[in-house]
Design a protein around this ligand. Structure first.
Ligand SMILES: Cc1cc2nc3c(=O)[nH]c(=O)nc-3n(C[C@H](O)[C@H](O)[C@H](O)COP(=O)(O)OP(=O)(O)OC[C@H]3O[C@@H](n4cnc5c(N)ncnc54)[C@H](O)[C@@H]3O)c2cc1C
Length: 383
């Protein structure tokens, strides 16, 4: 791609989280120039369940990032106290990873900054977008950045989406999360464990040999009792689901939400959204990072191929991804939202574990929804 002589780069990317950094690396490698902006300096933390699904590990392998320093994840276990558990396996060779975001995002941002063709500006917030001379202008405190295209990779409450007039309010019922890193000496966990408690879910992923990331998910009234502090509510749920883990006075507990946010468009007039900026459903399915990485790969292919109407191509591809994600999320929330349905599904999935293996593949996009047979569906609805 040729940069217009009066423009600073082919593409300006707002946000150097996993999606923005991966996109910058891929564009740089395909011969495009990119300016990568982030208001934060790295390392910085991000509230997350820190379970990277296999599709994301595969995208990183394509970038030459081995992820060896992170904990392996072999699958996901769902359990209901008193009703047992069902184990699903990640069927591809590389499995998933428990990625400490403080470290992982730093590796991604540094990888992007070191890629030829990428100019990284961290500690530099974008303040607005304008269109001029057939290109885009991103406003920052240290001056304007001009490019052929702009990408909003700026997370859940995307400013880029707002500047484009695409923002929409989160959908009800509003769900929230409390998350923290909790000491769990020699936990031996090599998978994500989702425990369904009364009206909330506890999601745990190993991030160190002696540490778990534990997120508690639910509606506001389900998460906290009257008069309870966030820490007390979090500790109560963590000890119910993981008595082996200890919430100490030093454990930092962060809140996030509400979720289920979807802008009215993800591409138009030379501007694209990727990662959470393009929509985020619910942390329960743990697919946010891997979906963002897969979308970054597709967007880099579309932009670097110089095809006409790249916005249209991306919108069409992304709509298919979103449909799949919505279906899997709705299924997960329906099952976890009813103790009766959850127990019935769990019983059937214990008898038919291959259904859960396949559902995990659908969740991370490596299999289509059509790969689920009627036997799988009947197991999921517990009949
Ligand atoms: C409680 C919880 C649990 C989760 N669990 C999981 C899980 O287990 N697995 C999983 O895959 N996903 C999980 N997710 C989702 C995951 O965290 C997100 O999908 C992922 O971080 C999205 O990456 P991103 O690159 O799109 O955005 P982000 O990681 O949010 O990065 C956005 C970047 O944009 C920058 N930025 C924002 N505004 C501006 C601006 N104006 N100018 C410049 N820079 C800006 C920010 O500083 C930030 O660095 C979870 C989320 C939550 C809340």
């Amino acid at each position: 791609m040729k940069v217009d002589p009066v423009r600073d780069a082919d593409v300006v990317i707002v946000g150097a989280g996993p999606a923005g950094s991966a996109l910058a690396m891929m564009l740089g490698r395909s011969g495009c120039s990119a300016i990568l902006l982030d208001r934060a300096v790295f390392p910085r933390d991000k509230v997350c369940g820190e379970g990277l699904m296999p599709a994301g590990v595969e995208v990183l392998a394509g970038l030459g990032m081995a992820c060896d320093e992170f904990q392996n994840l072999g699958g996901v276990t769902y359990r209901v106290p008193g009703a047992g558990s069902a184990r699903g396996l990640f069927m591809n060779g590389s499995g998933g990873r428990g990625v400490r975001r403080f470290r992982f995002d730093q590796l991604m941002a540094e990888g992007a900054a070191a890629t030829p063709g990428v100019q990284a500006r961290f500690g530099c917030a974008a303040n607005g977008i304008e269109h001029a001379g057939g290109g885009v202008v991103v406003k920052t405190a240290s001056g304007d950045v001009t490019a052929n295209y702009a990408v909003g990779a700026d997370g859940l409450r995307s400013r880029v989406a707002r500047w484009m007039g695409w923002s929409r309010a989160p959908r009800k019922p509003y769900r929230f999360a409390f998350a923290g890193h909790v000491a769990a000496p020699r936990h031996g966990l090599d998978r994500v464990v989702v425990t369904l408690l009364d009206r909330c879910e506890v999601y745990a992923a190993p991030t160190q040999p002696d540490e778990l990331l534990i997120a508690v998910l639910g509606t506001k009234d389900a998460l906290r009792r009257e008069g309870e502090t966030v820490r007390e509510a979090y500790a109560r749920r963590v000890s119910a689901a993981h008595p082996e883990a200890a919430v100490s006075p030093g454990t930092a507990v962060h809140g996030a939400g509400p979720f289920w946010v979807r802008p009215s468009s993800v591409a138009g007039r030379g501007v694209f959204l990727v990662g959470d900026a393009a929509g985020f459903l619910d942390p329960l399915t743990g697919d946010g990072m891997s979906d963002g990485l897969v979308a970054a790969r597709r967007l880099a292919e579309i932009i670097s191929s110089k095809r006409p109407e790249p916005e249209r191509a991306y919108r069409r591809w992304e709509a298919g991804q979103w449909r799949r994600r919505v279906l899997v999320n709705r299924l997960a929330l329906t099952l976890t939202g009813s103790s009766l349905l959850a127990r019935r599904a769990l019983r059937r999935l214990q008898q038919r574990p291959s259904t859960l293996d396949r559902l995990l593949q659908v969740n991370d996009g490596s299999q289509s929804l059509w790969s689920l047979s009627w036997r799988d569906w009947s197991a999921l609805v517990g009949i």
